[in-house]
Write a protein that binds this ligand. Structure first.
Ligand SMILES: [Zn+2]
Ligand SMILES: [Zn+2]
Length: 147
């Protein structure tokens, strides 16, 4: 483990503590892998980075806990692609708003557009929203500039 990774894991330990979660190896590992990744990662990609520490059941359990604590979030691209991303903790707890995601159909990159927030739709009477996920598909900036 290099110095940067070590520091990352220390920050994660602090974050878990702040969220009232016990520090477990899997929680620290998965959170720090995602916090150091520029792009959201799939389970397969996380598994590769975890090596021997990966265990399927622990992975699913850990991911549930981390999502609930708002440390990471899940992005469903389609029914074969689910990705996980670290949730940057710079937003106001009271004003918790989801950001949108962009999927490039050319380079297949998934990007967290942290500055573009999900809008709220007015629902018919009697409907209660618990979450709202927005995934926009198209051509990313890089691919667009290459044309
Ligand atoms: Zn692209
Ligand atoms: Zn995101």
């Amino acid at each position: 483990m290099n110095r940067k990774e070590k520091e990352g894991e220390m920050d994660i330990a602090e974050l878990l503590k702040n969220k009232g979660l016990k520090k477990t190896n899997a929680r620290v590992k998965i959170s720090s892998i995602l916090s150091q990744s520029v792009q959201p990662l799939s389970e397969k990609e996380i598994k590769k980075k975890m090596g021997n520490e990966y265990d399927r059941i622990t992975f699913y359990r850990t991911v549930q806990v981390l999502i609930k604590a708002d440390i990471i979030h899940r992005i469903i691209v389609d029914n074969t692609q689910i990705k996980y991303a670290f949730t940057k903790d710079d937003k106001n707890e009271l004003d918790k708003t989801e950001h949108i995601h962009f999927y490039c159909t050319q380079c297949h990159k998934l990007i967290c557009l942290e500055d573009v927030l999900v809008q709220y739709y007015e629902l018919p009477k009697g409907y209660i929203q618990s979450e709202c996920a927005v995934l926009i598909k198209g051509i990313c900036k890089n691919c667009n500039e290459k044309k």
